[in-house]
Ligand binder design. Structure first.
Ligand code: ATP
Ligand code: MG
Length: 329
C-alpha cells in the first residue's frame, strides 16, 4: 500500500445522513468485541468501514488482517486461515501460521464470507465459539483472541435458504449488521468525496486540475453503478487524461438509470452504438449463464472465463439480482 493509499484511509464517512448513522454505529461497537457483518454493493466502502472499526477499537495497534474468501482457491483456504503443521500435506515443508494467528489480539476481516465452503463454515463457527482451533495437520489447540468482521455483497439469506450457508454461522457473524448504501442513495456525499479525490490525484500526479461546474453537477447526478470505486476511477481519469471530461460525458450518456439529461445522448454516434450493443450482448450472456447454473457465481465465472471478482463487479455494475424464487426463504 503506497503513501497515497494510506492518505485515503482517512475515513470520509460523514458526508451524508446514512454515513453519519454508520459512523455512530462504528463508534458504539468499535470497542466491544461484537462480530460485525458489513453488507452492500461492490465498491460502496465496506473495506473502509471495516478498517475504521479496527482503527477506533483498542485493538488498533495490532494487526488488521484481511482475507478475501472468494480469491483463495477453496482447497487452500483452510490452511490460509488456520495455518498448517509441517508435513500436513504434500508441499507443506514447514509450519505456517494462518491468518487467524496473524490477527491475534487484532482484527480479522473476512471479505466475501458467503463464499466459504461448508466445511470451513463449520470450522469457523467453532472458532467463533471457542476462540481456539487446530492448524491443518495439527493436534494441539491454538488459542486466539480476535475480533471478527465479515463482509458480503451477496444475498446470504438466499444462500441460507438454498442450504449453502449455515444458519448458526449467519447468526454468529451477524451480531451487528452495517448496511452501506449504494452511492446513488447518498449523493449528497458526492461533492465531498469528489473534491477529496481530486485533491489526492492532483497531488499524486502533480497536476492542478479543477472541475468545471457542469462536470461537478453531473458527478452528483450520475447513478454510479460501481459506487465509490467508480467515482475514484473517474476522478483519476479526469485528472490524468487530457480528455478526461469527455470520457466522463460518454459514461454519463450511457447511464441507463441516470437522469433526464442523459437522454440527450448522441443516439447515432457509431462508436456509442457499437459500445451499447457490446454491453447488451455481455449482459445477455451473463444473465443466461447465471440462470443456467442457478446463480452459482463460482460456476458462472468459470463458464464465462472471468475471475470470480470480475463477475461480481459485472453483476453489481449491471445491477443483476437472482430471481425472486431463488431469494425466497
Ligand atoms: N467513504 C470513503 N471515503 C474515501 N474513499 C472511499 C470511501 N468509500 C470507499 N472509498 C474508496 O472506494 C474504493 C472501494 O471501497 P471498498 O474497497 O471499501 O469497497 P467494498 O465495498 O469493499 O467493495 P467490494 O465489495 O468490491 O470489495 C476504495 O478504493 C476505497 O478507498
Ligand atoms: Mg471489499
Amino acid at each position: 500500500m503506497g503513501i497515497e493509499d494510506l492518505a485515503l484511509q482517512e475515513p470520509l464517512l460523514d458526508g451524508s445522513r446514512q454515513m453519519r448513522a454508520i459512523q455512530a454505529v462504528v463508534a458504539s461497537v468499535a470497542d466491544t468485541d461484537a462480530t460485525v457483518l458489513i453488507r452492500g454493493e461492490s465498491g460502496v466502502g465496506k473495506d473502509v468501514v471495516a478498517r475504521t472499526i479496527h482503527a477506533a477499537s483498542s485493538r488498533r495497534d495490532r494487526q488488521f488482517v484481511k482475507v478475501n474468501c472468494a480469491a483463495i482457491p477453496p482447497g487452500l483456504l483452510e490452511s490460509e486461515l488456520f495455518g498448517h503443521e509441517r508435513g500436513a500435506f504434500t508441499g507443506a515443508h514447514r509450519r505456517k501460521l494462518g491468518q487467524f494467528e496473524m490477527a491475534n489480539r487484532g482484527t480479522i476481516y473476512l471479505d466475501e464470507v458467503g463464499e466459504l465452503p461448508p466445511a470451513l463454515q463449520a470450522k469457523l463457527l467453532h472458532v467463533l465459539q471457542d476462540l481456539r482451533f487446530c492448524r491443518v495437520g495439527g493436534y494441539g489447540l491454538v488459542d486466539v483472541d480476535v475480533r471478527v468482521i465479515s463482509a458480503t455483497n451477496g444475498n446470504l439469506e438466499a444462500a441460507m435458504a438454498r442450504g449453502q450457508f449455515r444458519q448458526d454461522l449467519y447468526y454468529r457473524l451477524n451480531v451487528v449488521e452495517i448496511l452501506v448504501p449504494p452511492l446513488r442513495e447518498r449523493s449528497e456525499e458526492i461533492p465531498l468525496l469528489a473534491s477529496a479525490l481530486l485533491a489526492r490525484f492532483n497531488r499524486q500526479y502533480g497536476r492542478t486540475k479543477e472541475l468545471s461546474p457542469e462536470t461537478a453537477a453531473r458527478l452528483t447526478a450520475y447513478s454510479w453503478p460501481g459506487n465509490v470505486r467508480e467515482l475514484e476511477n473517474v476522478m483519476r481519469r479526469l485528472v490524468v487524461l487530457p480528455d478526461g471530461e469527455q470520457a466522463f460525458e460518454t459514461l454519463v450518456a450511457h447511464d441507463r438509470n441516470g437522469h433526464a439529461w442523459a437522454a440527450h445522448a448522441p443516439a447515432h454516434n457509431l462508436k456509442h452504438v457499437a459500445r451499447r450493443a457490446a454491453g447488451e450482448a455481455e449482459r445477455r450472456a451473463i444473465v443466461e449463464v447465471l440462470e443456467r447454473v442457478g446463480w452459482n457465481r463460482t460456476e458462472a465465472a468459470r463458464i464465462l472465463k472471468v475471475s470470480y471478482k470480475t463477475l461480481l463487479n459485472k453483476i453489481a455494475e449491471l445491477r443483476l439480482a437472482p430471481p425472486p424464487t431463488a431469494r425466497a426463504h
